[in-house]
Design a protein around this ligand. Sequence first.
Ligand code: GLN
Length: 246
Amino acid sequence: MCRHLAYLGPSVSLASLVLDPPHSLYKQSWAPKDMRGGGSVNADGFGLGWYLENEAVRYRRSVPIWADENLPGLTRSISSGAVIAAVRNGTTGMPLGEGAAAPFQHDQWFFSHNGLIRDWPGSVAKLAEGLPVTDLLTLDAPVDSALLWALIVDRLDRGPAEAVASVVQDVEAAAPGSRLNILLTDGEQLVATTWTHALWVRQTDDSVTVSSEPWTDDPGWRELPDRTLLTATRYACSTTSMEGRQ
Ligand code: GLN
């Protein structure tokens, strides 16, 4: 299972989120604490997305995060008030490559998926048929996460929370037992789900952080129950149960 995080708040260096904490995402790439049977390391690529003066910027690589010698310098020299990052442990049978690593992007939106679609790809072929053919022909990679993203993008006009919740519901119905832990942000709002895997949240007066694993001993980290939909801005965060959506 991949590990991911998102942050909205005052501008901070990317390194302070991804590299420096004692149990940082960087460290979680080779020493995650909570993989729940979904692999042991997250070495199949990584990615970061951030916003600078409202422009979404992305950096993805197909190598393990620890193998990118430029990353420490890069992340120390960039600060942002909205960041998403992920390290990937590719699901068996899925291709490798930069295009398969989160975050996936559409305009201002960044997306990350921790999990898998059961019985890929047959289980969701009918759902995919509802998408414009050009969307399918331009997926970043033939992986379950990219299809999930295309399904959500197609529904963004319903609002980000409804787009995510309805796609989780439809994919679970088509492919029961799927693992659909999602992060979505446009730099102002954050939507996240727990659907078979952990997500921790830490809130302050003017920031919200979510992460697959807490990266400090700070008692402010709170674990979300499974099947939760979180919606947040940097100043407010609310959660609702998705149980009824099964
Ligand atoms: N299924 C996705 C992939 O193959 C996500 C993998 C994961 O969460 N470990 O990239």
